[in-house]
Design a protein around this ligand. Structure first.
Ligand SMILES: *Cc1c(COP(=O)(O)O)cnc(C)c1O
Length: 386
């Protein structure tokens, strides 16, 4: 391995484990390895650790402990919410910019006989709550609209959507994976019935997460087996992972109290504003929408995002494109095209996402490389016209 300095600005893909999280988990791999369902002491210790973590996760979103179901991550939470509630003949409302965990679940439900409406977004990536209201039908069972988008960081008007759902007596699920530990989230303020969060987006380990399920919600499980998680998620709990998620939730609370969002926004804004001031022919996607404090998504004219990611990678900077590489072909982002960007603009987009571990020096590092790489790639581009 080379020892070149690297800076990681792809925290919407995954975040590094915080040292305190690793430290909290460590005993549960070795001495305290018990099964939380066992009666003996090791079992009781494991149970206590799981329930302690549940308190912290519940606290982070203003929920009750009994409303938290531990999962293997965001994808499972989204699947559990959608498949747990929607049956053939039901109607499901989603938006066009959902994560694939929701989009492809909805697609599968459609094949199984569920009616699905995709509510569009405007040019800034915002879902109009009135459009959600107009989409309601007599058989609408569930509205699933994400809280913050993973590509643009746009935060939806969840309070308004929650109000519409409550008035229509329809369930409301929100994929809050990208909102948690970036903006304050309270399940009672947004009046959601289900909410998905993922550990690895908040500095806990990959393969951990939780689904909030409001008391009284009747939800079919995805897994059948033992009576773990109040029969909502069979299978022996991921003890170290759950402990790590609990610690990350606890640290996130402290981070909010310690002015974390302001510092995070300052880093993101410095990066964004400097790039905008140093380069021309670019667009900050969703630049005038409400956004989480860590994300900026920029389309550079005349550039392939993929080429830029590779060029920046060689210079030690990890970022991502707004495009997904499926079966070898680069598909323009469904989020950006839903906002009305052309496939070329969408393919020319780069997402920078800051994490709690990033510093001023990291932003400086990025700013010493991004303008140079953009200029170089434009020089080489056959399509770029100044
Ligand atoms: C990452 C992500 C997911 C998927 O979570 P996993 O834990 O990786 O399965 C779902 N929704 C959003 C918005 C995400 O960013």
């Amino acid at each position: 391995m080379n020892s070149m300095q690297r800076v990681y600005l792809d925290n919407n893909a995954t975040t590094p484990l915080l040292p305190e999280v690793l430290e909290a988990m460590q005993p549960y791999f070795l001495g305290q390895f018990g099964n939380a369902s066992s009666i003996h002491q090791q079992g009781q210790q494991a149970r206590a650790a799981v329930e302690h973590a549940r308190e912290h996760v519940a606290d982070l979103i203003g929920a009750r402990e009994a409303e938290i179901v531990f999962t293997s991550g965001g994808t499972e939470g989204d699947n559990l919410a959608l498949f747990g509630l929607c049956k053939p003949g039901d109607h499901l409302i989603i938006s066009t910019i959902e994560h694939h965990a929701v989009l492809n679940s909805a697609q599968r439900l459609k094949e199984l006989g569920v009616e699905v409406t995709d509510v569009p977004v405007d040019g800034q990536g915002i879902v109009d709550p009135d459009a959600v209201k107009r989409a309601l039908r007599a058989n609408t069972r569930l509205i699933s609209i994400m809280l913050a988008n993973n590509e643009t960081g746009v935060v939806q008007n969840a309070v308004e959507i929650g109000k519409i759902a409550a008035e229509a007596d329809v369930y409301f699920h929100t994929d809050a994976v990208q909102a948690i530990a970036k903006i304050p989230v309270d399940v009672n303020e947004i009046r959601c019935d289900l909410l998905t969060l993922a550990g690895h987006k908040i500095h806990a380990p990959q393969g951990t997460g939780a689904l909030y399920v409001r008391k009284g919600t009747i939800l079919d499980p995805l897994f059948y087996g033992g009576r773990h998680e109040r029969s909502r998620r069979a299978g022996t709990e991921n003890l170290p992972g759950i402990v790590g998620l609990g610690k990350a939730a606890e640290l996130a609370m402290a981070w909010f109290e310690n002015d974390g969002p302001t510092r995070m926004a300052a880093l993101r804004d410095r990066l964004e504003q400097t790039v905008v001031s140093q380069l021309d022919q670019l667009t900050v996607n969703s630049g005038s929408a409400p956004r989480v404090p860590n994300t900026t998504n920029v389309s550079f004219d005349g550039i392939e995002g993929e080429a830029m990611v590779i060029a920046l990678d060689l210079k030690g900077l990890s970022v991502s494109t707004g495009a997904a590489c499926s079966s070898g072909a680069i598909e323009p982002s469904h989020v950006l095209t839903a906002m009305g960007l052309t496939p070329e603009q969408a393919r020319g987009s780069i997402r920078f996402s800051v994490g709690k571990q990033n510093t001023e020096a990291d932003i400086q590092f990025a700013l010493e490389r991004v303008p140079e790489v953009v200029a170089k790639l434009r020089e080489l581009s056959p399509v770029y016209r100044k």
